[in-house]
Design a protein around this ligand. Structure first.
Ligand code: DER
Length: 234
């Protein structure tokens, strides 16, 4: 099975958690895309009705609109029944790294307002510890003096031999989030010790908007692997 087929399997499994009448947080990224497609299909087939979607990015908003999923926002629906979204890394405690699709702020706002957050991944996302895989830990920062803040972020993790890079679009222009901010990507050489302490230290830097560690937020993780589906509950 390809990675995308595994993503689709996890996404379709998560769609089974959706009940008519729910207010749904709609995630962002290639795995969440399959879940949004599936929800649109179930609505079209009449197997689901009275769903309101709260999108976690402009990209998901466009996808959901094209599928005819009724949409609203957190201002109108401050409490959400269920969110379905992907992740870049999942540790054994269901802590996540998210944000490599660039929408971590809106995702964290929406998923933080949910009664249940079902995370959907293929098995390649499972890690022992967050941050040790050498892949990016995304941090959303204001564009003003981002280099200054990238330096402060690097210093926070200097013992991990940390590298901080600005995320760029193609042609070297900085990637700009839906909120008009930049993403600084931290590449750590060693896993992060105390995740909560690290997260709090990151947020104390003036000009940092949000980081991509989603700690103690997922209530369920659905993992699709070669040998089948595993459902991990908090
Ligand atoms: O950027 C995000 O938060 C995405 O959900 C990301 O974590 C997972 O993206 P993927 O499903 O394309 O791997």
């Amino acid at each position: 099975l390809t990675q995308d087929e595994l993503k689709k399997i996890a996404a379709y499994k998560a769609a089974e958690f959706v009940e008519s009448g729910m207010v749904l947080g709609l995630g962002t990224g290639s795995t969440a895309k399959h879940a949004v497609d599936r929800i649109g299909e179930l609505l079209r087939q009449g197997k689901l009705n009275n769903i309101i979607g709260i999108p976690t990015s402009k990209q998901t908003q466009e996808q959901a609109t094209s599928l005819g999923i009724p949409l609203s926002d957190l201002d109108s629906h401050p409490t959400i029944d269920l969110a379905i979204d992907g992740a870049d890394e999942v540790d054994p405690h269901l802590n996540l790294v998210k944000g490599r699709a660039g929408s971590l702020l809106r995702e964290k706002m929406v998923e933080g307002a949910c009664k249940k957050f079902v995370c959907i991944v293929d098995e390649s996302k499972l890690v022992k510890h967050l941050g040790g895989s050498g892949l990016a830990l995304p941090i959303e920062v204001v564009p003003f003096c981002w280099k200054f803040n990238a330096g402060k972020l690097r210093n926070l993790f200097q013992d991990s031999g940390c590298v901080a890079k600005l995320r760029n679009e193609c042609k070297g222009r900085p990637f700009v989030t839906d909120n008009g901010n930049y993403i600084v990507e931290l590449y750590l050489k060693r896993e992060i010790g105390d995740l909560q302490v690290a997260g709090d230290a990151i947020l104390r830097i003036a000009g940092v908007v949000e980081h991509g560690m989603f700690l103690d937020m997922a209530t369920t993780v659905i993992v699709a692997g070669e040998l089948g589906i595993t459902i991990k509950n908090k």
